[in-house]
Design a protein around this ligand. Sequence first.
Ligand code: NAD
Length: 266
Amino acid sequence: MDLSGHVAIVTGGATGIGRAIGMKMAEVGADIIVSDIDSDACQRTASEFAALGVRSAGIPANVTDPDAVGRMVAESIGQFGKIDVLVNNAGVAGAPGWYDHAVSREEDWSFTFGVNVKGMAIVTEAVLPHMKEAHAGKIVNLASVAGRQGRPTLPHYSATKAAVINYTQSLANELGRDNINVNAVCPGLLWTPMWGEVGAKYAVNDPTYEGLSAREVFDKMIENIIPLGREQTPEDIGDAIVFLVSDDAKNITGQSLNVDGGAFLN
Ligand code: NAD
């Protein structure tokens, strides 16, 4: 796989899965714009990528703020001249403190839809004119296996990820004639800070996991629902995305790829 000469924006790219996606693309030669709400972390991660010998810049933006996103995209074009790849990775599991509440609150619904769905659309709309002008582009959206099937503990989050899968299909239909591929990846179980919150919620609200630590919930869930019997890693997601944005995937669009050890067969 070779992405030399490609320019990619990764939102929420400073930490976790986003950082691993950027790292995997940089390892095969892509130039990476790390965009994140956390400005310091953005710069630190961009420096790590630049150390691999590619061009990289940390350009912060809150994906829910159209003005900030517009500035981020304009600065990206100013520094790099084009955008070949957009990875819409920024995401949240709920409003701050969501995991302490048995039932999703209004703020969990609005905050999570604001970042995971509307934020994704805001960034996509800002990048699309440049891809359309170039008559080329690859977009990958981070969904989740939670979007494949609703589950009891975090309905607000699951609903956003189902929306991401649907949004991916709409975009793929709309943008095919512009030679823009749009796909989604559905990560399964990855031990990241986000899963620390998810595990805490299950331990309080799901009798199967009651009283366990977040990590124990995570390990038990792997045992219970993953046929391959092992956790997935941020690097697994990065590897899948390197393929989806490469020329080898030129005839794949509108798809949502589960990277989940076989947990969901759809
Ligand atoms: P994380 O919380 O570790 O990282 C998310 C990143 O997004 C952070 O760097 C954060 O600063 C940034 N971010 C948050 N809100 C933002 C905003 N408004 N604007 C810009 N940046 C913002 O999460 P993660 O586990 O790395 O998850 C990454 C993506 O993968 C998310 O979309 C998540 O829903 C999805 N996902 C994660 C898992 C998992 O098991 N961790 C499973 C399925 C899907």
